[in-house]
Write a protein that binds this ligand. Structure first.
Ligand SMILES: Cc1ncc(COP(=O)(O)O)c(C=O)c1O
Length: 446
């Protein structure tokens, strides 16, 4: 980069790297959190000027204003939504990866990076019991992964049958909101199958809802709100009988494939057509990445890939990640997962996933044993739903907000069967069950 166009002072890069090293070593501050627009505007509102404010001032805005005004999802006390727990190896590597400036859309631009990303995809495919011709790509998130998989599913089905007046996806009432969002984008219907009392879609219920317009069944491999895993083997039977595509949304839960003790939950996965799992959720990688894998990669390539005269020179005999999802330019966002796996080994991953599950079990047992708290569900994978007896909704929200602000715990309410409950989702093997139960003890006595 020309220093004439964009002069950058000596030492500025090193100062930023120093901050990066300290941040990775110490992790986020649990007391951080979003600030109001009114608080941010006077500081950031005029930060882009004709003459520039310089590297030091701009980076100070990042460290002193921007970062403190973000939620510290990587902290071990962050147990809401599906948080993130990137390993220090993955975070450190991500900083280096940014500096390398790799274009990883096609083999010509990013051969080495793509080959290494494909090793990480191979690890997941092997855990699923998928054949050599399985493959896919890392996309930005589960939403885009679900969209790309379901587009491939419809193209595949349309090659076999006459197009109905309206296409439909069959999915559980506990399917993630992204499935409905994808259906809106694709202009298809969602046939919602009522989940059972634990949030699981059974094959029997799914069979009862099937219509001839369905092209794909979406199975939950870890429902976000309750952790349920659908009857994957039964859904695979149903898909086979009807010539339908089975897609598994495992954005959160399929990480548990890495733990041999939890693998039986996903029996039947070897017969699914596509899956997603987000390394930024429970696979210890930073934002943003979703592994999208087709059991037969050719079905993904048949649906995706862009054609243009200026792209005619791209060698199609090589593995071009752009051809497997709705995108063209991409960073090698799967590489931090690859690096962390390469550094620590797959056994460390199995251990960390098993440890996280054990933490969830310990917290659930503690809740069940606490007078004044009712354990409603779980742990299913690592999701726990519980309710403080006698506490009204406003007090629950107030309690959650107070502990978020103090940094003690991020534990927010959700709804289960219409009623407000607290939800915990643990993805961090450093979460301390005693510390969490100590905070939850303040919920008793309402
Ligand atoms: C099961 C499931 N599917 C899909 C998504 C969407 O993933 P993303 O937020 O990466 O787009 C999520 C997000 O939490 C999820 O939990």
């Amino acid at each position: 980069m020309s220093d004439e166009a964009f002069p950058f002072p000596a030492g500025a890069t090193e100062a930023m790297l120093d901050w990066t090293g300290t941040r990775i070593a110490h992790g986020p501050d649990p007391k951080h959190g979003a600030q109001s627009f009114a608080a941010l505007e006077p500081v950031l509102g005029h930060s882009i000027t004709a003459g520039g404010i310089g590297a030091e001032a701009a980076f100070r805005l990042f460290t002193e204003t921007i970062v403190p005004s973000t939620r510290p999802f990587g902290h071990p006390t962050s147990l809401s939504f599906v948080a993130s727990a990137p390993s220090r190896a993955a975070l450190s590597f991500d900083a280096a990866l940014g500096a390398a400036g790799i274009f990883a859309g096609n083999w010509d631009g990013g051969a080495g990076a793509i080959h290494a990303e494909n090793q990480a995809l191979r690890w997941i495919s092997d855990l699923a019991g998928w054949p050599e011709d399985a493959g896919g790509v890392f996309v930005a998130g589960g939403t885009l992964g679900n969209l790309s998989a379901l587009h491939a599913a419809r193209e595949w089905r349309a090659r076999q049958v006459e197009r109905p007046a309206r296409w439909a996806i069959l999915a559980s009432s506990e399917a993630h909101s992204s499935i409905r969002a994808v259906a809106r984008v694709m202009d298809v219907d969602v046939i919602e199958v009522p989940a059972d009392a634990t949030g699981r879609m059974t094959a029997e219920a799914a069979a009862g809802a099937l219509t001839s317009s369905v092209f794909a069944i979406v199975g939950n491999a870890g429902a976000t709100n309750c952790g349920a895993v659908d009857d994957i083997a039964g859904l695979a039977d149903l898909a086979e009988e009807g010539g339908l595509w089975l897609h598994l949304d495992g954005a959160y839960g399929l990480a548990a494939l890495a733990d041999p003790a939890q693998r039986p939950l996903f029996a039947g996965i070897e017969r699914a057509h596509s899956l997603i799992v987000d390394p930024h959720k429970w696979l210890f990688a930073p934002y943003d990445s979703c592994a999208l894998i087709y059991r037969d990669a050719a079905a993904g390539a048949a649906a995706h890939g862009q054609k243009a005269v200026y792209l005619d020179t791209v060698d199609k005999t090589h593995w071009n990640p752009s051809d497997y999802a709705l995108h063209l330019t991409r960073r090698a966002r799967g590489l931090p997962l690859w690096f962390s796996l390469a550094v620590h080994g797959t056994a460390a991953y199995a251990g960390a996933i098993a440890r996280t599950r054990a933490i969830a079990e310990e917290i659930a047992a503690g809740i069940a044993g606490m007078a004044g708290l009712d354990l409603i569900l779980g742990p299913q994978l690592t999701v726990i739903l519980f309710r403080p007896r006698g506490m009204d909704e406003a007090s629950m929200i107030q309690w959650a907000e107070g502990h978020r602000r103090s940094g003690a715990l991020l534990c927010l309410p959700t709804r289960w069967r219409g009623e407000m409950v607290f939800r915990l989702c643990i993805v961090n093997p450093s979460t301390d069950p005693e510390e969490v139960l100590g905070v939850l003890a303040t919920l008793t006595g309402y």
